[in-house]
Design a protein around this ligand. Structure first.
Ligand code: PRF
Ligand code: ZN
Length: 377
């Protein structure tokens, strides 16, 4: 159940109740593609960094360890010992971005595994069955994410097929939720809006999928090579056509600035690999912009990554020490950097929620964006 608690312009402060607990939105979902946050972050660590939701992946878990195995182990929550809501992406996007040689047909996608090259097929029904085996809190619809550079004619054809796939997803999910041995019989389904940067296709598609009374709606196909202005334009165009009484999820986005701007356009859910990926390379987010901890100027810096930060890295360690750990290839270095970055994102979402509650979102956004100007790559 989704309940808006407060609106401030288009920014929404809401509550989304699931069988695995209530999520306070706007929220950042922490990416655990293969049922693990990269950088050695455990489910236990997630407690200390304000995490609410974990995101995992159908395509990867289907290939390894196999969704059948996860099912037999009692589902993803039990398997990875996580009691928070978990959202699984459908595999569609990953098939397109990772798999070699793929053929898209009406029934689904034929492709080769990026691990060992063997032949595979995934369509809407397969994606729903895998996600049902995983028993995630929220399953995503199986979609095609056309390139930002695709022509109008191709995008229209692709989006029409994605709509037909969505109807098949819904039917299959309803069937699976009614089976006797389903891991999570309350599994939710989110639809995904596509249409590249074409307003007409985006709007028509948003109207079509809004009729289906799904549990939530995502905006897909963004952050795939278009400019930030184009992305904000799509959000300005399409969010008003998605149901206001359901959560809105912007897939795979983005930088702190992207999140601040998108919240202002009505988005509730976000996910992105940036904090963990950048953290693994020593690129750290701070309220003054990002820093590269490997920079020589931090060699003898005895201050934390960010003064006043409540993360496990800043509460205890100095930049000089973390820099040394990374340089020495010690796992702890990476782990501390990822923990700091995830905390930065999750904590920013807490600030965002507080600002909306106070009706001060615009001022907060401006202050936060102005602060994050310092870079030292
Ligand atoms: N579709 C799906 N997953 C996604 C995307 C999409 O378009 C994106 C686009 N940024 C990220 N993840 N299913
Ligand atoms: Zn920190």
């Amino acid at each position: 159940m989704y309940k808006i608690l407060k609106k401030d312009g288009n920014a929404k402060r809401a509550e989304f109740t699931t069988v695995h607990g209530t999520v306070q939105t706007p929220v950042f979902m922490n990416v655990a593609t293969v049922a693990a946050i990269k950088g050695g972050v455990s489910t236990e660590d997630l407690e200390g960094i304000d995490t609410q939701v974990v995101l995992s992946n159908t395509y990867h878990l289907h290939l390894r360890p196999g969704d059948e195995l996860v099912y037999r182990m009692g589902g993803l929550h039990k398997f990875m010992s996580c009691n928070k809501p978990i959202l699984t992406d459908s595999g569609g996007f990953q098939v397109f971005s990772l798999a070699k040689t793929r053929k898209i047909r009406e029934e689904g996608v034929y492709f080769h595994s990026h691990i060992d090259g063997h032949k595979l097929f995934m369509g809407p029904e397969e994606s729903m069955r895998i996600q049902s085996h995983l028993g995630s809190t929220i399953a995503m619809a199986f979609d095609e994410c056309p390139s930002a550079k695709a022509e109008h004619e191709y995008v229209q054809m692709s989006v029409d097929r994605t709509t037909r796939w969505l109807l098949r997803c819904k039917k299959e999910m309803d069937r699976l939720n009614g089976l006797e041995y389903t891991v999570n019989p309350h599994q939710m389904l989110f639809g995904i809006n596509q249409g590249a940067i074409f307003d007409d296709i985006r709007i028509e598609h948003a109207k079509r999928i809004s009729e289906l009374d799904l549990d939530g709606y995502a905006v897909g196909g963004l952050a795939v090579g278009e400019s930030h202005e184009e992305m904000y334009h799509v959000l300005d165009t399409v969010v008003p056509f998605l149901p206001e009484n359901k959560p809105t999820y912007l897939m795979g986005v983005g930088t702190p600035a992207n999140i601040l701007e998108s919240v202002d356009r009505g988005v509730d859910f976000f996910d992105c690999v940036y904090p963990s990926r950048n953290g693994r390379h020593g690129h750290l987010y701070t309220n003054r912009g990002h820093i590269n901890i490997l920079n020589a100027k931090y060699e003898m810096d005895d201050t934390p990554i960010e003064e006043g930060c409540g993360c496990p890295a800043c509460r205890r360690y100095t930049k000089a020490y973390i820099r040394h750990l990374l340089k020495a290839g010690e796992m702890l270095g990476m782990r501390l950097c990822v923990l700091h970055n995830l905390y930065f994102y999750n904590h920013m979402m807490t600030e965002i929620r507080e600002a909306i509650e106070k009706g001060e979102y615009k001022e907060y956004k401006k202050r936060k964006l102005e602060g994050m100007l310092e870079f030292d790559s």
